[in-house]
Design a protein around this ligand. Structure first.
Ligand SMILES: Cc1cc2nc3c(=O)[nH]c(=O)nc-3n(C[C@H](O)[C@H](O)[C@H](O)COP(=O)(O)OP(=O)(O)OC[C@H]3O[C@@H](n4cnc5c(N)ncnc54)[C@H](O)[C@@H]3O)c2cc1C
Length: 397
């Protein structure tokens, strides 16, 4: 059995940022597991552009030197806005090479308690023991498939996260379900790849984030209305950018404003690319039935669409019970609300020494945790908490 002080599960924005802070802080033995930027490479479409602004797309390190600008200066690779996915992945891997070159690319297959610490079974059968575990394992297992598609085979209906290359749908008729950035950008990419696309939207209209233009035209006004991570509407954006303030709001307000801040919308720069695409609003799908190698979609106005494929850009619903690596005895002791772990001010769950970052932390710290921009607050806060605890543990020995 191999031991370490802290095991970090996941090597994407949250895992890597936390590794940067913890490794810089003191002599803790930190181990990071996972394929660096694996989710971004394998589960997002090639040629995608980031919706978040550059100011909200940095990973976090204590010196704030491993920023996108730092990457550009060190590698000569240009940073442009909106940022292409491939460049962001390259930035993440450069960041990883600086802060955690010893990242172990294997997956952790099972995590369970081991006395006061944890036991991790790593791909290939190796056993690790850690005093503390930080889960930064992302959202992939939370991909949400609407009920109507539960029994439709994957070749006819798949979730947007099942693809990194949409060119396989060239010359196919594809219905994209959803109204968020992922739906609209997938539709644009499919259209540009030569597919015949229709976007089916349940809401009465598609929301476009026209405010992006304001940032360029009236910067001082925009700064007053929107905090740099640019998550949420005018005013609300400043509250979302301060998770410690957001978490003190009454729960009903947090829930309402949290939903508002992440409601489906498309970036303004995407609008012209979607203009040639048929977008049908106010229509829900009532049934999806395979029919002669194709899919028949019945809508709530009684009309039917026959398509080669339905792409479900229907988002993600956090439920940590879907993390395949959490052993049942451990999972059963984690206090949860609607699938989210209840976390204290150190991102620690009700199981001492077990932390959650990224989207699973959104119930406790608000919507910023669903975005790269939240990695700075999360990694700094967790590191302060862990070090405080480590010091006091040492003190009590
Ligand atoms: C299409 C799309 C576009 C997006 N665009 C943006 C954007 O422009 N800006 C933005 O801020 N956010 C965006 N997001 C949200 C984005 O996913 C999150 O901000 C970000 O990925 C959170 O990082 P993370 O480190 O929490 O998790 P993830 O990036 O999801 O990474 C988690 C990693 O953990 C790994 N992992 C899981 N289980 C294990 C295990 N057992 N062992 C080892 N490793 C494991 C996974 O393979 C994955 O690589 C987008 C999301 C989607 C789906």
């Amino acid at each position: 059995m191999i031991t370490c002080d802290v095991a970090i599960v996941g090597a994407d924005p949250y895992g890597l940022s936390t590794a940067a802070h913890l490794k810089a802080a003191n002599g803790l033995d930190i181990r990071v597991f996972g394929e660096p930027m694996g989710f971004w490479e394998k589960h997002m479409p090639k040629w995608m552009l980031l919706r978040s602004p550059l100011a909200g797309s940095h990973l976090s390190d204590p010196e704030r030197s491993l920023t996108l600008e730092g990457y550009q200066a060190n590698t000569g690779n240009a940073i442009t806005s909106p940022l292409p996915l491939s460049r962001f992945i390259d930035y993440g891997r450069w960041f990883q090479s600086q802060v955690a070159p010893d990242t172990d690319h294997r997956k952790t297959e099972c995590i369970d308690r081991n006395g006061t610490g944890f036991r991790l079974l790593v791909e290939g059968g190796e056993i690790w023991k850690a005093r503390r575990v930080i889960i930064a394992a992302g959202i992939e297992p939370f991909a949400w498939r609407p009920e109507e598609f539960k029994h439709v085979p994957e070749e006819l209906a798949s979730h947007s996260c099942d693809h990194c290359d949409l060119t396989r749908f060239r010359d196919k008729k594809v219905a994209v379900i959803g109204a968020g950035q992922s739906a609209l950008e997938s539709a644009a990419l499919l259209h540009e790849a030569g597919a015949d696309v229709e976007v089916l939207v349940r809401a009465p209209f598609v929301r476009w984030l026209w405010r992006q233009k304001w940032f360029h035209t009236f910067k001082p006004v925009a700064r007053m209305l929107y905090a740099p991570p640019d998550v949420g509407q005018a005013g609300l954006s400043h509250l979302v950018a301060r998770p410690n303030l957001f978490r003190r709001l009454p729960r009903s307000v947090q829930d309402r404003w949290g939903k508002r801040a992440i409601r489906p919308a498309g970036a303004a720069w995407l609008h012209p690319r979607c203009e040639p695409i048929r977008i049908t609003t106010g229509r829900a799908i009532t049934s999806a039935v395979p029919h002669g190698g194709r899919l028949s979609l019945t809508l709530n106005d009684g009309t039917v669409r026959y398509v080669d494929h339905a792409l479900l850009a229907t988002g993600y619903r956090v439920d940590i019970a879907r993390y395949p690596f959490l052993a049942s005895p451990l999972l059963n002791t984690i206090q949860r609300v609607n699938g989210y772990p209840k976390l204290n001010d150190r991102f620690e769950s009700s199981v001492p020494g077990l932390h959650f970052l990224g989207a699973p932390a959104a119930w406790s710290f608000g919507p910023l945790m669903r975005f790269v921009a939240g990695a700075d607050f999360a990694s700094r806060t967790l590191t302060r908490g862990v070090l405080g605890k480590t010091k006091s543990n040492t003190h009590h020995k």
